[in-house]
Structure formats: C-alpha cells, structure tokens
Write a protein that binds this ligand. Sequence first.
Ligand code: MSP
Length: 501
Amino acid sequence: MSKCFYITTAIDYVNGQPHLGHAYEKIIADVIARSRRSLGQAVFFLTGLDEHGQKVQQAAQAEKRNPQEYCDALAADWQAFAQKLALTNNDFVRTTQPRHKEFVQATLATLNDAGHFYKATYTGFYSAKEETFLTEKDRLPDGTFDASYGEVVELREDNYYFKLGAHQQWLIDTIEANPDFIAPSYRRNEVLGFLKNHTLEDLCISRPVARLNWGIPLPFDPEFVTYVWFDALVNYTSIAKAHQELGLWPADIHVIGKDIVKFHAVYWPIMLKAMGLPLPKQILVHGWWQKDGAKISKSTGNVVDPVAVINEWGLDAFRYYVLRELDIGPDGNWTDPGFRSRYQAELANGLGNLVNRSLSMLKRYRNGVVPAKSNDLAADAAKAADETRAWLRQSQLQAALQSIWGLVNRANKYVDETAPFKLAKDPAQAQRLDDVLYNLAESCRVLAVLLNPFLPGTSAKIYAQLGLTNAPDQLADATWGGLPAGHTIGEPAPLFPRKDV
Ligand code: MSP
C-alpha cells in the first residue's frame, strides 16, 4: 500500500477563542484531507494546540489560573470548534501531552549528544513588559526604544543555542532543488531571498526557568525550559511517532499562515536534518484575512465570529465562502455583503436552485423515477470532474470550486434552454422530457460527488434527496451515468434557504 498522505495545520496558541483565521486554515487542511480520501488515498490529518510559552502563560496569569488548568479548559472549546467545522482530523495534538513532551525531550537529548547545541551568555536589552530581547534594529532614530516596550534594561542571560548557520547553504540548495517545497512560489522566492541575503543566526532553543517556567524542561539542564517554537514544530513528528505503525513521516503538506514561514521553511528543515529525518514534501502557505479592509482585532471589535456565522448561515456556507473568496496565498478581505452575495447568487440561486428544481420536476413529472440514461450534459460533467480532480491534486481549492460551478451554471442554463415545464405540457415531448430530467438528476449526483470535500453536509443531502444510500465520497463516482434508470429518488428540499436581506 502507498504511504498514508499526512497533512497538518499550524497548532494554535491556546490563549483565547478561535477566530476566522484559525478556522480558514483548518478548513483548507480538511478539504485537502477529504479530497485525498476521495481520490482513494489513505490520509492522516493532524491539527491541535500549542500550549506552552509566554503567550499562554500570560493569558493564564491574566485569569489567575494555573496554566495547565487554563489550557485544559480552553482545549475543550477548541476541540468543540474543530467539530463545529466538521474537521476530519485523525488526531488532535496538545503539546502538554506526555506523548509529545517525551518525544521533545528525547529529541533534545539526541541533538545535544550529537553536538548540535552550545551554551552561551547573551547580553542585550530586555523589555520585561514584552518579555523579549531587543536588538539594535529596535532602536528609534534617537537611540531609545519605543515606549510600548516599557522599561528596557541590560540583561545577561545564559541559554542554549542550536547551530543553524552551518546548514545555510544546504538549505538553499535543498529549496532550489525542490520547486514544490514551499508554495505558492512567491513565498519560496521570499525564503530564498532571505537566505541568500542574510547570515543565519544560531537559534536560541531555551528559556531560563527564572524567566519563563511554562515549558518542557531541557533534559540535560533543569534550569531551562524549551523555547516554545522548538517544542511546537516537533509536534509534527511526535505525533507521527505516536502512530508509528502508519509510517506517517515525512509529512506531505504542512498548511500554515504567511507569518510563520520562517519557522517552517528555515528552522524546521534544519531541525529535521539534525534529527536525521527527511523533510516534509510541501509547506503550503496561506494569506491572512482582514475584515472590511482592516486588521482583525479583538480590541477594536473588528472580528468575524465563525460560530455566529455558522449558526446563522450553516457550516457549508461558511466553508464555501472562505474557500471560494480567497485563493491559497494572497490576503483576503471578509465583508458581510460579500458573504451574503455569494450565498444568494452561488449557493441559493446557483447550486440550491438547480438541485431543487431538477429533483422537484423529476418528482412531479415522473413520480421520482429516474428515466433512461441520456448524455446531453455528459461532456460538461466530465470536464468539471477532470478539472476538479486535477486541481485537487495540486491543492488548488478555489480553482476546483470554479470548475464545479462551471457545471452548476451549465446545468442551470440547460434548464432554461430546454424548458422542461413546457415539455411537460406536450405529450409528444415525453421522450425529450425524460432525457432532460435524466441529465439534470445525474448532474446533481455528479455535483454531490465533486462537492463532497468542500461542502460535506450539502453533498450528503443531495445524495439523500436522490435516494442514494452510499456515500458521495469517492471522486471515481463522478463518472457520468451513475444514476440507474428506474431508481426512485427521495424528497427534494431546499439546500440553502433564501434569506431576506
Ligand atoms: N502556535 C503557533 C504555530 C505553531 S505551528 C508549529 C501560532 N499560533 S497562532 O494561533 O498564532 O496562529 C495559528 C495559525 O493561524 C497560523 O498559521 C496563522 O497564520 C493563522 N492565522 C492567525 N490569524 C490569521 C488571519 N487573520 N488570517 C489567516 N490566518 C491567520 O502561530
């Protein structure tokens, strides 16, 4: 059997509630996971939470809670959120789990024994307020630091460093030799530009317990905990190890946002090289959402609450909008009018209307019994299916939806051209009406199969309304002619209720 297709998301900091950006990334990964399964591959989809480090410790402190209890409480919310999005993840990692912590410690011990780390004293300017060291670059033109850093003091601190610099040329060569390693290509060019124009500094992989204790202790020095990014990145391999029998590593795709490319495309490959492990096949980088042209921000109230949108419009409408509106790569802009307009035009009037009138007419004119096969739309359906399969193999989700809507629009136009309600009035046109009704019902069936990775609920409803009892979850079933003559369909019902807005 071929290797399991292993896809991951970034693991989210558990320092608040999930928002649109988190939802978007997880839906991208879910659609890729579902489409690979639909293409017949075995898939393992991992998502989860990044629970250590300063951000989480501070969030827990702000609520006067012990960090582990704080994480446990929020992790339940995030897992419920994953279900709300209908994610088909096969596991959910939390970096405070023993299976992960033990793997991180074993990795650190091995790398330390192999001489990848050294201890050094760093002297620098430290902002206690931001809990971060500042560099010369952070100075204002007058030599001071911005007031937002609070009091800045000179601090000496011992830490452990990972020798990254030694691998810089190797990384450049590797990225150049593997054009698909970082996608889209402009992200790859940015990474190459960075690597060719900067000397990589060694990576500080520890924090003194005195300054930050919410982390995984270094196995070789209890005065330190592991830097949160070293801990977090390792999740992709700790969980692969936890499912050793599946042979997950190397991962096929890491889905991440544009702000964390350096961690995934620079630090992580070098860490893996040091660990003696092969690199993931692809780092797929998505852009960031804004709302109404401005940064999403809790403090200004400029937010999209995915749960509220889902409760009002349905999960599939939410999944559809984020994937159709924004290609994987550029930044996007959520607007409520834009959302409503896609809902009305593409879901309610486009797909919903097609399915509803096709099945209602079959019910009304033929008692719901599927006529003999006819091929008017066979070529259109084959085109949509071929294109969709090809786009899905390249994780081009927006393009796949465009191909699918090619068939939605073609079939709706076919209703207008053939006017079955007129044919129904003329007994001499009975054969023609049979043909039209077959083409429409079968197009709906093909659409259910193609849509399954994107809109799983809608896809299942279409199959149920068609009276089909198998699942629409194999793209091979998108082949024209699957509806057998004589089969009786189920009850048509609107898929996307029209909303008065
Ligand atoms: N914990 C780290 C990731 C560790 S991965 C080994 C982290 N967490 S995060 O919660 O800040 O972000 C998680 C993901 O959400 C990132 O990929 C990030 O790019 C994405 N997004 C956060 N805000 C976003 C938007 N406004 N729009 C789209 N994605 C956004 O970074």
